[in-house]
Design a protein around this ligand. Structure first.
Ligand SMILES: Cc1ncc(COP(=O)(O)O)c(C=O)c1O
Length: 383
């Protein structure tokens, strides 16, 4: 008989896996094929924003699957119209148009392409520590660890500035620069956030020099920070970029990505400039609408804000915790020592967390429906 672990026989060994086989999910819980349950504070890589198998999302997917799973962008679709309208309705008011694709890396590729098309310039400034995906242009924009090396030969025209240091950006922002792109909170780098002034200065610099500002909100978007988007949040000095890219939690696990853009960018994009077979498919669109509705109906943004405050206060009781970085449910817990053994110990106690490229930082990216009760379980295990 096959067991789940037999997938190693036929799959490329590209991931260091946890020794558990996920079979079923409900809310913040993952159940294994051996009937054990794990508290999921990693959200399947920040994807399970609404939690696992949210009933409203499941119902919408079942209904859409039985109606029409897919047709391409060559026809109109009510499911697509509803998803686009809903997404734009919760976005900062300046972001009025959307392009749907299938993943985060693809959203970033398309965002950079739109920036180059609308400015007729080529250079892209990104930041040390930022992660933007693994396709050619996105990996070339990723100045973190070995990623650019893996992506060789890199796409030309990518330059690196220092996150949080506006002078380092100014020095590079000449009239050949099409876009400045950033993760407003650098997640993989260990959950690094800049001061509000940095985001404000980026906006001013872009306005002054005709540069497109792109926020990669693949992780921070769709409610994770306790706001729908980091864009226009107080923590981000209410700055609205020209393009916001999304994926991960947008479809509650159904693959979908999106670029939200201003009218000014949209007006530069013509027929056939961008395209994708699967982007905007009906099943994914039903997932987007249901995801956003579930977050709204269950008042998950308020939940994130309340439970974040509780989690921070409880973590103050844990001696080994040096600092807590991030916002909402994108949190980096910094220890005086290495985080990997903590991650392993928590896993032994049936709690899934994440690590980061900062060896001392444990990352939490839980579903937005996490409650105080779950926090208590986590803090008890941590202590
Ligand atoms: C900030 C950020 N951007 C882009 C990506 C790439 O997204 P995907 O894996 O869906 O291509 C990720 C994935 O981890 C991410 O965290």
């Amino acid at each position: 008989m096959k067991t789940a672990f037999d997938e190693d026989q036929h799959q490329l060994a590209t991931y260091k896996k946890m020794p558990i086989a996920a079979e079923r999910g409900a809310g913040v819980w993952i159940y294994t094929n051996e009937g054990e349950k794990y508290l999921d504070l990693y959200g399947g890589h920040a994807v399970a924003g609404t939690g696992h198998c949210h009933p409203h999302v499941v119902e919408a997917l079942q209904k859409q699957a039985a109606t029409l799973i897919f047709y391409s962008n060559l026809v109109y679709s009510e499911a697509r119209a509803r998803a686009a309208e809903k997404l734009v309705s919760i976005a900062p008011t300046a972001l009025t148009k959307v392009f749907f694709c299938n993943s985060g890396t693809e959203a970033n590729e398309n965002a950079m392409r739109m920036a180059r098309m609308s400015t007729r310039r080529e250079k892209i400034i990104t930041f040390s520590g930022g992660f933007h995906g693994r396709t050619a242009d996105a990996i070339s924009a990723t100045f973190l660890g070995k990623y650019r090396e893996i992506g060789k030969p890199n796409v030309p025209g990518h330059v690196e500035a220092e996150f949080g240091n506006i002078d380092s950006v100014r020095a590079l922002a000449d009239d050949t620069v099409a876009a400045i792109m950033l993760e407003p909170i650098q997640s993989m780098a260990g959950v690094r956030m800049a001061q509000p002034d940095f985001y404000r200065s980026l906006r001013e610099l872009c306005d002054e020099r005709g540069i497109v500002l792109i926020y990669d909100e693949v992780q921070t978007g769709v409610g994770r920070t306790g706001e729908w988007f980091f864009a226009s949040s107080d923590a981000g000095a209410n700055v609205v970029p020209d393009i916001v890219t999304l994926a991960k939690a947008l479809g509650s696990g159904v693959p979908v990505g999106a670029c939200l853009v201003t009218e000014a960018i949209a007006s530069q994009i013509k027929e056939n400039d961008l395209g994708t077979t699967f982007g905007g498919g009906m099943l994914a669109m039903a997932a987007v609408t249901a995801t956003l509705e579930a977050i709204e109906n269950d008042r998950m943004l308020a939940n994130v804000n309340r439970v974040e405050a509780y989690l921070r206060s409880r973590l103050r009781e844990v001696e080994q915790v040096k600092a807590v970085h991030g916002l909402g449910f994108l949190l980096g817990i910094e220890f005086n020592d290495k985080a990997a053994p903590v991650h392993q110990n928590l896993l032994d106690r049936k709690i899934i967390t994440g690590t980061s490229s900062n060896p001392n930082v444990l990352r939490l990216l839980p579903p937005l429906c996490l409650t105080e009760e779950h926090v208590d379980l986590f803090v008890k295990a941590l202590a």
